[in-house]
Design a protein around this ligand. Structure first.
Ligand code: DGL
Length: 265
């Protein structure tokens, strides 16, 4: 019996990372923590983001005796990893925007990073670009509206392709050939984004790289054997009915308010 892997995001974005990890490690058990009370993270002040994430994740990781934590959120990963690693003795894996592979792949040395407004302005992101894409022109695009569109889609709503095209207009005005999806919500809109930008632009995300990192850190990694379970979906606020329906289709049977409602004042 394996201890569960805790996957955390502000919203449904981390499900894109969870599905890559599950594809590689089907035999493990998973718990998902969804901080929907404070979504979108891209708009939060840095200190608020750090203290809230550290408190939530540390508490649930201890409560469920997690084997490993995945911060399946670029916005949080750019800030909270050092503080979280100080609190936990288990491995904590973050998500890094795929700038390095994008720079390798680009033929025209012009790439883009589509992320939240928070990720776009972080020193962490600037350093990543300096380190791995110094030979490229890098365009930065920040959008919380896209985050909310992805939430809508996963909750069963239809995506207004016209609104999406408008949001992506700044991307369409460049000559880039590789666009990094630097927010875990955006792979949920990959088909729509691709339809809008056309086949000239390759879209890259970090889901598979995170899954490989998780597998490498777990010696007893569960690549084979019986299918593991989705043990619980912990949320910090109420969920829309459409989202509850999607989660049950995905296999999450247990939806739990966290922290328990009795503690919320
Ligand atoms: N999914 C998140 C990310 O990867 C955060 C989205 C948000 O809460 O703004 O950055």
């Amino acid at each position: 019996m394996f201890r569960p892997i805790l996957v955390f995001d502000s919203g449904i974005g981390g499900l894109s990372v969870l599905s890559e990890i599950r594809a590689l490690l089907p035999g493990r058990d998973y718990v998902y923590l969804f901080d929907n009370a404070r979504l979108p993270y891209g708009e939060l002040a840095e200190q608020v983001l750090i203290s809230g994430c550290v408190e939530l994740v540390t508490r649930l990781a201890k409560q469920i005796d997690a084997a490993l934590v995945v911060i399946a959120c670029n916005t949080a990963s750019t800030l909270v990893l050092p503080a979280l690693r100080q609190q936990l003795t288990i491995p904590v894996v973050g998500v890094v925007p795929a700038i390095k592979p994008a720079a390798h792949l680009s033929q025209c040395h012009e790439i883009g990073l589509l992320a939240t407004p928070g990720t776009i302005k972080r020193d962490y992101t600037r350093r990543l670009i300096q380190q791995f894409a110094s030979d490229c022109q890098v365009h930065l695009f920040g959008s919380s509206e896209l985050v909310m569109l992805a939430e809508q889609k996963v909750a069963g709503g239809t995506i207004d392709q016209h609104a999406l095209t408008k949001l992506l207009q700044p991307v369409r005005q460049t000559a880039l050939d590789v666009l990094v999806l630097g927010c875990t919500h955006f792979p949920m809109l990959k088909a729509e984004i691709s339809q809008c930008l056309g086949s000239r632009v390759t879209l890259l995300d970090s889901g598979k790289a995170v899954a490989r990192r998780v597998a490498s850190l777990l010696a007893d990694n569960g690549t084979t054997g019986q299918m593991g379970t989705l043990n619980g979906f912990f949320t910090t606020s109420e969920l829309a009915a459409g989202l509850i329906a999607t989660l049950s289709t995905l296999g999450f049977s247990q939806l739990v308010h966290f922290p328990p409602k009795s503690e919320v004042v």
